[in-house]
Design a protein around this ligand. Sequence first.
Ligand code: TUI
Length: 308
Amino acid sequence: MKTRITEMLGIEYPIIQGGMAWVAEHNLAAAVSEAGGFGLIGGANAPGEVVRAEIRKAKELTDKPFGVNVMLLSPHADDVAKVVVEEGIKVVTTGAGNPEKYMDMWKSAGIKVIPVVASVALARRMEKYGADALVAEGTESGGHIGEQTTMTLVPQVVDAVSIPVIAAGGIGDGRGIAAAFMLGAEAVQMGTRFVVAKESIVHANYKQRVIKAKDIDSAVTGRSHGHPVRCLRNQMTREYVKLEQEGKSFEELEYLTLGTLRTAVMEGDVTNGTVMAGQIAGMISKEQTCKEMIEEMMAQASELMHWS
Ligand code: TUI
């Protein structure tokens, strides 16, 4: 299965693993790349040196290509942006903002730049600034989200730009991959499915919460103050949404989520922690290796798409 994305990234299958905060560390990224997909290390809010160490550990685990996601809201984004150049990373994705100020530095280092966008306007702007491809991410995704659905966003972004488009948000099996291709995408990015991978270091409680989730189990916190984050419903989201309805400000609510993704992922506190996951969590039913997941999904997509 060859597309402009598989050629650009040097991968066998058109499947990219999302750069999830705390979750997308070296073991997961290397396992996805070893399985023929494209692994990403999530820079998230980590300092540059932590990301450098993650990159070096991933290099020890795989000779296959992998990339880094730079989360633009991070206070360390400037440092991480330099570290990826110093470490010879070939592909960078960005999230939660506009990466324009790093574009020249990355392009002159020969890095392929793939911004995640949630609107056609940003997609057009990124193409103009030299992006090599785009991830069009729908509101079905976990974590920090935009407003458009994947079904509506992907074809509109595909029509608006000439560079290849990767679909993300709500994709968790071969049917989702086939659907994304029908919308004009040339690869998919998945997060939630890989959260429960055997190689994922996520706490067992978090994995079980994703596996047990039903279709309606996700909630969005922070809509009222422009920082929408999708996670699985729990004590934290109930309290958050209640306080939001009472008109509490972002500053007053921040304490509820600060550091709580870490306690959910690392310590397994799925009651008061932030269990970020996409809407597709309801369909995810088992822990498998990344290789098993990728092979199963590609077999299903290939049959539907008559790829041989
Ligand atoms: O970035 C993500 N997903 C994330 S980042 C994250 S860490 C975090 N946690 C709590 C609060 C904030 C961040 C968890 N999940 N996905 C990529 C993505 N980017 N989705 C939407 C966007 C986006 C939205 C608006 C990108 C650009 C944008 O506008 C930029 C502009 O300046 O126009």
